[in-house]
Design a protein around this ligand. Structure first.
Ligand SMILES: [Ca+2]
Ligand SMILES: [Ca+2]
Ligand SMILES: [Ca+2]
Length: 286
């Protein structure tokens, strides 16, 4: 089973809220290229899927929403891009206005016209994807109907191998500073439940082991064997990713913790066997 095919599902809502709150939820239902141990494969793109559940809201009402999600790192990880996409079940509703904006770190810009709390406007190293939908005042029948339950939004981020060991997190981020997530109706507000920041640790290893030189994707080539031989015997550069270079997993299975003494001619032998002799499958990243 390759790590890149794993969709790590997490249900974040803890059934400790009141019945009403428990049925007006924002839920993170999945992220791609993350293992069951919350290890995020660096150098990959990751799609974070979000769901709204208004099954506990009055069904004779319609709601608007103007909120966002903050992507940030508490320890200095970076990413190549962040982008958001409203899904058809959400965007095809009868909205008066639909905006999906990406607020670049750290200053932020976009169409909302207000700074984002704890997000692109004022957080170090944060990127915010906002979604603004309106559908109440000018069209009482529009907007998000009470009882709505569906996938609404995908956020895609692109991680970096060089951030191995650092963390990437997501949290909600309301448009108005100091505010909280709300769905608004003409005569009041409902606060949905969200259980707080969710974080993943970045790994330099993606899929299976063996990409010693960090180029050419997950399937090794003779260039990866050359990089390993150069490092071991010819004074060549140290490979970027120890986990990819320890092809036989000797460091993690036999002699933890892993270090560069675990990268030996035996690892090169496994790569040569994989490419040219018996062609066994390579091990998944540890
Ligand atoms: Ca390679
Ligand atoms: Ca790999
Ligand atoms: Ca090894």
């Amino acid at each position: 089973m390759k790590a890149k095919s794993i969709v790590y599902s997490v249900l974040l809502v803890i059934a400790m809220c009141s019945a009403v709150l428990a049925q007006t939820e924002i839920t993170l239902v999945g992220i791609t290229n993350v293992t069951e141990d919350s290890v995020l494969a660096g150098g990959q793109s990751h799609v974070i899927s979000l769901r709204y559940d208004l099954s506990g809201a009055p069904i004779d009402r319609n709601y608007l929403t103007a909120n966002g999600w903050k992507i940030y790192s508490p320890d200095g990880a970076d990413w190549l891009y962040v982008q958001g996409e409203a899904l058809p079940a959400f965007s095809s509703l009868d909205w008066d206005h639909l905006y999906v904006s990406h607020f670049d770190k750290p200053g932020g810009s976009g169409s909302f016209g207000l700074p984002l709390a704890n997000g692109g406007g004022n957080a170090s190293g944060g990127d915010t994807v906002g979604v603004l939908l309106a559908g109440i005042n000018s069209d009482p029948g529009g907007g998000l109907p009470g009882g709505f339950v569906d996938m609404v939004f995908n956020i895609e981020i692109s991680s970096r191998r060089e951030d191995a060991g650092l963390h990437i997190c997501i949290d909600t981020c309301r448009q108005v500073p100091g505010g909280s997530w709300e769905w608004a109706q003409a005569d009041g507000l409902i606060e949905p439940d969200w259980s707080g920041a969710v974080c993943w640790v970045v790994s330099c290893c993606a899929g299976h082991v063996g990409d010693v030189n960090g180029v050419g994707g997950d399937d090794p080539t003779i260039g990866d064997i050359s990089a390993l031989i150069d490092f071991l015997f010819l004074g060549g550069d140290t490979p970027d990713c120890l986990d990819e270079a320890d092809v036989n997993l000797s460091g993690t299975l036999v002699n933890p913790p892993l270090d560069w003494s675990d990268v030996t001619i035996s690892d090169a032998s496994v790569l040569i066997d994989h490419l040219f002799i018996d062609k066994p499958e390579l091990a998944d990243c540890p």
